[in-house]
Design a protein around this ligand. Structure first.
Ligand code: ADP
Length: 358
């Protein structure tokens, strides 16, 4: 009797221990689930987990972003539904949804069947990757075009010269050939400069005296300015300013800005070159009263090879790489470049670069 009594007394104890253990296990599992959900939510890719019957089991934060509010969202959700159906039948399925902007957006939707049943969907915004690919393809096509045109012209000019006996004509053709060769050389120089700047980052980080920098840039462009009958007005730097970075790159960027200002101004015009402190940056300003830039082109002029008007740039011997170089130099110096322009009135480019700490 005594023994039985003791045994039945211990049953509630054992149940209590088991319940306590089960509770602890439940808490541990809940914490694990919430940790996994947290990890899913921190993914930049949208993830949707679908049960065998087609019911959505879980959706991470990025997937919730496609709420179905806009037309684009609806297209993405339709693609998700379609691919889930395929994945539930055991097939991997996917497609890209293009949302014509601007800006153009490309969303990749992929669904895979899960081993234990159900499906997993990944929704990824690949717009940037698509844009970079397009830029790269354009870049190669542009380089080929840029170099093929003068080389083709050189071949034609040389061929014509072979049979030409009139010395005056030969002289004219040779002059043309020289200009074409210079154009090809200038494109190659710009390409080399751009790739050096892109690949190398800011090669040096040394104090650069701003007044001296402006002086050197104005010097470098003085001949071209004279040819175009433009006066480069270098405004005195109010205090002693020192930039921090790669002197050669800074000269190259500012020279490109001044070169453009000279090229796109009418004879008799003035180009202003100045610099001032702007917080922990130096702001370099190049201002002209030239032909200006149409508002619709302002966003694009810093892209490689972009020209507002190919005909007008060709006349001025441009390669379309100058402003791409400027943008890279600015970013290598923790700065940026901005433009304000009114067609027919002129343009102001402001490039900022890191200042040396006193
Ligand atoms: P480019 O070698 O053709 O001058 P850039 O990259 O330097 O190439 O400039 C891109 C385009 O921006 C030019 O083709 C030109 O149409 C326009 N642009 C740049 N600077 C100026 C300016 N100061 N005034 C007017 N147009 C400009």
């Amino acid at each position: 009797m005594g023994l039985l009594q003791r045994r039945t007394d211990r049953v509630p104890d054992l149940i209590e221990v088991e319940v306590r253990e089960a509770r602890a296990e439940l808490l541990r599992l809940r914490a694990e689930v919430s940790r996994l959900q947290g990890a899913l939510d921190s993914l930049p890719i949208g993830v949707v987990l679908v049960e065998e019957g087609g019911l959505v089991r879980t959706r991470n934060e990025a997937a919730k972003g496609f709420s179905g509010a806009g037309h684009g969202d609806i297209l993405v959700l339709e693609a998700v539904d379609q691919h889930v159906q395929h994945a539930l039948q055991g097939r991997v399925s996917g497609s890209s949804v293009e949302l014509f902007g601007p800006p153009l957006k490309v969303i990749d939707v992929r669904a895979i069947p899960l081993r234990g049943g159900g499906a997993l969907v990944a929704i990824e915004d690949v717009s940037e990757r698509v844009r970079v690919d397009a830029v790269r393809t354009d870049f190669v096509a542009n380089i080929s075009h840029e170099l093929k045109t003068p080389v083709g012209a050189l071949a034609v000019l040389a061929e014509t010269m072979i049979d030409e006996e009139d010395l005056e004509v030969v002289h004219r053709l040779a002059t043309k050939a020289m200009h074409e060769a210079l154009r090809a050389a200038s494109s190659i120089d710009d390409l080399l400069e751009l790739s050096r700047i892109e690949l190398g980052g800011a090669a040096l980080s040394e104090p650069v005296d701003v007044d001296q920098l402006l002086h050197d840039v104005a010097e470098r462009l003085s001949e071209s300015a004279e040819q175009h009958q433009i006066r480069i007005q270098r405004e005195p730097v109010a205090q002693r300013l020192t930039a921090m970075g790669d002197r050669r790159q800074l000269v190259s960027a500012l020279a490109n800005l001044v070169d453009n200002a000279v090229k796109y101004s009418d004879a008799g015009g003035e180009v202003h070159l100045s610099a001032s402190a702007d917080g922990d940056r130096i702001a370099f300003v190049v201002r002209d009263h030239g032909i200006g830039i149409p508002a619709r082109d302002l966003d694009r002029i810093f892209e490689r090879f972009y020209r507002v008007d190919r005909a007008r740039s060709r006349g001025t011997g441009g390669t379309g790489l100058g402003l791409a170089i400027v943008r890279h130099v600015a970013s290598n110096h923790e700065g940026d470049v901005r433009v304000q322009s009114v067609e027919g009135e002129g343009s102001t480019f402001t490039m900022r670069a890191m200042a040396a700490t006193a």
